[in-house]
Structures are given as C-alpha cells and as structure tokens.
Ligand binder design. Structure first.
Ligand code: ZN
Length: 220
C-alpha cells in the first residue's frame, strides 16, 4: 500500500519493527568476502529489555547497590509511555501498557484522521535517537550457562557482591560480529574471534542458551 509509506509510517516502524544490519566482511587485503545480516529486535522491545539488564548500565549508579534496574532506561521508557498514553487518550485508543501495541493502535487511528503529523514524526524520531543512544554503549548479554572453563555459575563483582551468570556476551550495537566477545567474569577467559566463538558454541552445543548466543551474535 503505497499511501502507507509516509514519514509517519517510517517513524513508527523504526520503533516497532525488527531491523537488520548488513555487515560487509573483507579479508586483510580488503577483498570482499561476504555480507552478514544481523537482526535487531524492535527498539521499543530493546528499551524495555534495557530496563532490567543487570550489567551495562550506561549511566552507572545501579551496580553499586546491586540494583538491577537501569535507571536511565526506566526513565526514558516512563517518558515514552506517558507521552504515548496521552496520544492514545486523545485518539480514543485504549492503552494496553505494551508500547508497540499502543503505538501501532494509535498510528492506525491517527493516520485516518488526516491531522498534521509533523509534531508526532519529530517526537517519534526523537525516541529512536534516545533509545539508540541508550543502547550505544557495548551491549552486554549475560549468558545463563556455567563457564565452560572454570564451571563457575556465579562471580563476585567489583563491589564484592555475588552475581549470577559470569559468562557475558558483549558486542557493539553497530557491528555485532566484528566486536563480539564472550568473557567469563569468574576466571577471565575470553573468546573474542569468530573461531573461538565457534569453538565455544561447539563446546556447549547442548545448551539451549547457545542458540540465543548464536542469534545475538549473528544471523550468518
Ligand atoms: Zn570461567
């Protein structure tokens, strides 16, 4: 439906749809090898996930008290939820508390009104930037597996507190494959190149969370 391709639709979909990054891989001589496509969950889903992500709080603060809430993500999500809630109210849309459901429901009603959408496009684009900034620091995904080397299932952080999931996958949002590494916080073992990451996968082939790891690192 070509009339759906409006800037408003684009702005809504930038928040609600799965996105893909295409990463070109070259060898040392700069010769093209292949292109990876990496899937990213919708930004609004990532925002919600970021609220409860135990590590990787961009603003710091939370870890000192063992508090697993990411205050910055929580605050941003609160602002978005509040504003979206008022849009829904204006449009007569029932609020579900699920951001994607609500945004889609609002958009469905709003686009039929013919009202000026300039303000909303600006706000939605702002949300995209806000969430991307929040997610920009290296992404850390604790893996729910024992360390394959030291077998640890817990580790002691800088403040002396014991935390679960010592094995952590980290990557940069803009280049998940090039920057992916897995570290054990308990023994310090690091898997950082594709070869050792693949070995790690093989070693833990029976663990279902490795599928998650695989999906997080790449859709190769
Ligand atoms: Zn270990």
């Amino acid at each position: 439906m070509t009339d759906d391709r409006s800037p408003l639709t684009d702005a809504v979909e930038a928040l609600t749809l799965v996105t893909y990054t295409h990463i070109v891989q070259k060898d040392d001589a700069g010769t093209y090898l292949k292109t990876h496509s990496v899937a990213h969950r919708p930004l609004l889903v990532q925002l919600e996930s970021a609220i409860t992500s135990a590590i990787g709080n961009g603003g710091g603060g939370g870890s000192a008290t063992g508090n697993v809430l990411n205050g910055d993500a929580l605050y941003r999500a609160f602002l978005i939820r509040t504003e979206l809630g008022s849009w829904c109210q204006l449009a007569g849309v029932k609020v579900s508390r699920d951001l994607i459901t609500d945004l889609n429901a609002w958009w469905h009603v709003f686009r039929q009104t013919g009202n000026d959408d300039g303000f909303y496009i600006g706000q939605l684009r702002g949300w995209v930037r806000t969430i991307e900034n929040l997610l920009d620091p290296p992404k850390r995904v604790p893996q729910d597996i024992p360390c394959p080397v030291c077998k640890a299932v817990k580790w002691v952080n800088e403040e002396g507190a014991t935390s679960p999931n010592p094995v952590v996958l980290e990557y940069k949002y803009e280049d998940p494959i090039g920057t992916a590494k897995v570290t054990c916080k308990a023994c310090g073992t690091e898997w950082s190149d594709m070869e050792s990451l693949n070995e790690l996968k093989d070693e833990l082939a029976e663990k279902e969370s490795l599928e998650k790891l695989q999906n997080e690192v790449a859709n190769v």
